[in-house]
Structures are given as C-alpha cells and as structure tokens.
Design a protein around this ligand. Structure first.
Ligand SMILES: *Cc1c(COP(=O)(O)O)cnc(C)c1O
Length: 481
C-alpha cells in the first residue's frame, strides 16, 4: 500500500479553514520561522479517509475476529472502560500538580483513583500493598527483583541465585539476570515444578524462586504450599509472575499462599487493548515485609481523609517510572474491577478456564496434546504428527491466517516440540470456539491429504510468507525503493 506521501498531488486540498486575521508569522520571531513550507502530503478529504480506512482494514484485532494468541490474553475490552479513562478530569490533569501543595487539592480524584486501584488489587490478590508505577509486565518483574534484592541487603543476607522453573515465562530468567542474579533452572515433572528438583538446588545462596502460575504450559502449579515452605527454610522470597491472572482472579489469592511479590499485567487481564508494544501496566504487589522498599512517591490517604503523595520513604528502591506509571491503563482496570465486582471477576476466570478446556477437548484426537490433563486459561498442542508429513506448526499457523484468524503462539514454550499455544479468553462465545475448532480440524485433515497446499499459506493476505531473518537483517524502511 502506498504511503500518504506517495499519494500526494500538488494543490489537492481537503477542508480549508478560514485564514486567521493575524498570521502566525507576525506573532513569532524571525528566527523561529520556517524557510520552506513543510513537506506535508496534499490530498482531498476523501483520499485521506480512504487511506486510513484501508490501513485499518489491514490491521488484525480482537474487534475483527478471534485472537487465540497464547500467553497474551487478547480479549475483548469493553468500550465503557475506555470512556472512564478518557474523562477530561483525568486526561487534563497535569501529573506535576500532585507535587505542588496548592495543586494537590485539584487532583484529589486522580489520587483517590490510584489509591482505590491499589486497594482493590491488594484485596483481589491478598497482598499488603501495590505500586502502580511499572509500565509493563517485564518492568514489574524487574521492580520485583529489585525489591527482593533490597530486602536481602537490608537483612545482611548474601544471596546470589534465583531459581526459575523451565515452564516459566522467558522474561523471568531475563529479569533475574538483569537484576544481577545467577539463574538456576529446574526441570518440570508432568509439566509442573517438581518439589524434589527444587530441593536439589536449594541452599542459602538462593534469593528467590520466580514462578509463572499458571505456567506457560497452561498448568496450575499444584505444589505451591510445599514450595513456599521449602523456600522459607532458607529465607528465600517467592515471586509470582501474575501475568496469567486471567485464570485465577477471584478464585485464588497469591498472598494467601505465601508469595511475597507478584506482578500483574493489567493490559492482559483488566481491559486494555494491547499488542505491538503497548500501552501496558505491570503493578507489583508485596507482602508486609517488603512494603518499606516499594518505589516512591506513594499515594497515601491522610488522617483528614484527603489524598497526597508520600516522599519520605528511606528504604525505598526509588522511582522506577516517570510520575505514577500508565495512569490511563489502570483507570481502565479500576473500571473493570468495579463493574464486574468480586463475583464477576471469579466468573471471568471460570469462563477463561472453561473455554480453554473446551477447545482442548475438541482437538483431542486431531492433534497431539502433550499435557492432556485439565488446563487453566490456555494449553499447548504439538504438531509432531503432522510434522512427519512435512507440515510444521508454522504451516498450521499460516493456514489459520487464510481462514481469517490470528495465529496461536507458536514455538513457545521452548520445552514443547512444534508447539502451538492456544488461549481463547473468557469473552468468546461457544459458537466462535466451535467455528475455530471446525476450521482448525479441517486444516489438520488437509495436512494429511494435501500437505503441499499448507506450505503455500497464506494465499489470501496482502503479503505471503516473509523471510523474517532477511527482513530483520536487511531492513527496508522506505517505500520508494
Ligand atoms: C506477557 C507476559 C510477561 C511480560 O509482560 P510484558 O507486559 O509483555 O512485559 C511476563 N510473564 C508472563 C507469564 C506473560 O504472559
């Protein structure tokens, strides 16, 4: 598709606003004036509308069709929550206002919204406090790892290692390494952490266990209480990657199980359309013993009921983002929690788990399901049998594109061969799930009869198979070559 610049025709115009009586040129000093007119495209209004409508049709989103991308929770996000975040009282408030004594009174509503979001997240997860600052899951993890390091430092503990199970999300070992820890990997048994494997590597040098639950196989870690007990015995902390909260919210509280740190991905679980890198919010919740180390400033409710910011936090790890994080994203989360209520949040988890198990059962016998037990909000399949006929996970994913779906996550987690990872989310109807299963089963049958047809997929999209390595190595970022 051509860019607006390529479509530009000199002299073509859209709506022309009236020329102001005093031109801007007269109001600005000479040194600030352009010497040449800006090279803006010249188009009619209709051309502009068609250009951007055309672009929007090339984009695939959950508003268009089913999006079973595992590990990402691509669910429908109600428009009402967008409206709440777009209220002018929120969007027009300057973030510096809260830092001025006379400004604090003007942003009481925004401060209360932050305070209330933290309070509800505490209640939902059984934690003592939350920081809303981190702007992504991975940043939440790093914040959590820094909190763990600060705790051990304050206690005089010399800790050098973080244990990460093989079914944890890839950001977990990356975070531990970034925070300066040696990463110790442990192998899962039947898809979940094996307490004996943990025992084998546990010693006084262990700072923490970082665990994704449900893990990247979509399985619940059934040995949590045992693991908590073992880690406590060496004064190691427990980190819970809660990006998969969609499977457990309203059903289990990580604080009650004994975890010290949890990060959530509000952009996955609580109503923010995401993809392509943003926007995100990765708040971090902590148990009582880690509260003093939380990033500052912290929103507080004063004795007179007014809200303000607390800067006097001598043990704090410091500020981890400018201002208070992605304010708009957590306003949507607040609206989401208030609309669903405790019971509704639990129901959302129930349906997320039910939908994943429904697809898993319907695919049984058509594709290899390496972990056949009941799953949580997602599950993995493996294209090992079709691979024998020359049809790989990649081919199946590409064939799904031709049928109008977003592909599932493929080749992740790494511990499953020819992996396809499906996450339907709770917002899809049985009809949608059935149609998807019918289409996928048809593709799997085609793989047996006519494998070559799948090698050509996608045939219905603007671009066919791309050489991804070449695209990364020889980037072409201009359209006029
Ligand atoms: C998505 C995800 C992350 C990373 O979150 P980002 O917001 O993409 O940084 C971490 N852990 C798990 C389990 C995830 O699914």
């Amino acid at each position: 598709m051509k860019t607006v610049f390529a479509k530009s025709k000199p002299g073509r115009k859209g709506v022309m606003p009236a020329v102001p009586k005093t031109s801007a040129a007269k109001m600005l000093p000479e040194t600030l004036l352009r010497k040449k007119r800006p090279a803006l495209p010249e188009m009619s209004e209709l051309d502009v509308i068609r250009h951007f409508t055309g672009l929007s049709k090339l984009n695939y989103g959950v508003d268009g069709n089913f999006y079973p991308l595992g590990s990402c929770t691509m669910k429908y996000n109600p428009r009402m929550n967008e409206s709440a975040a777009a209220l002018p009282g929120f969007t027009a408030a300057h973030p510096l206002l809260a830092q001025l004594p006379e400004g604090e009174a003007l942003v009481q509503g925004s401060l209360e919204a932050i305070w209330e979001t933290e309070r509800l997240l505490c209640e939902l997860n059984g934690m003592s406090a939350f920081t809303m600052q981190p702007m992504a899951g991975a940043q939440g993890e790093l914040t959590g790892a820094l909190l763990i390091a600060a705790y051990h430092k304050a206690k005089g503990n010399k800790k050098t290692k973080v244990i990460v199970p093989d079914a944890a999300h890839g950001t977990n070992p990356a975070t531990a390494a970034l925070a300066g820890y040696e990463v110790v990997n442990i192998k899962s048994k039947d898809g979940i952490v094996d307490p004996e494997a943990l025992e084998a590597v546990l010693d006084d040098d262990v700072a923490a266990l970082m665990m994704t639950c449900p893990n990247t196989l979509g399985l619940f870690e059934r040995h949590l209480p045992k693991l908590v007990e073992k880690l406590r015995s060496v004064d190691a902390l427990l980190y819970y990657d809660g990006a998969n909260l969609n499977a457990i919210m309203g059903r289990m509280r990580v604080g009650d199980v004994g975890f010290d740190v949890v990060h959530l991905n509000l952009h996955k679980t609580m109503s923010t359309p995401h993809g392509g890198g943003g926007p995100g919010s990765g708040p971090v919740g902590v148990s009582e013993r880690l509260v003093p180390f939380l990033p500052g400033p912290r929103v507080i409710k004063k004795a007179d009921g007014k809200f303000g910011l607390e800067y006097n936090l001598p043990q704090s790890i410091g500020q981890v983002t400018p201002f208070y994080g992605h304010f708009g994203v957590y306003i949507k989360a607040l609206a989401y929690m208030l609309r669903l209520g405790g019971k509704g949040l639990g129901k959302a988890s129930d349906y997320a788990v039910l939908n994943a198990n429904y697809i898993r059962k319907r695919l049984e016998g058509h594709i290899d399901i390496p972990y056949p037990q009941i799953c949580m909000h997602e599950f993995v399949a493996s294209a090992v049998t079709t691979e024998a006929q020359g049809v790989k996970a990649l081919d199946i994913a590409k064939a799904l594109l031709d049928k109008g779906y977003h592909a599932p996550t493929i080749y992740f987690p790494l511990i499953v061969k020819e992996c396809l990872m499906f996450e339907p989310t709770e917002t899809e109807s049985k009809e949608t799930l059935d149609l998807f299963c019918d289409d996928l089963i048809a593709i799997l049958k085609e793989a047996e009869k006519n494998p070559d047809a799948l090698h050509a997929a996608p045939v219905n999209l603007p671009v066919r198979r791309l050489d991804e390595t070449k695209a990364a190595r020889e980037m072409v970022l201009k359209d006029d070559v």
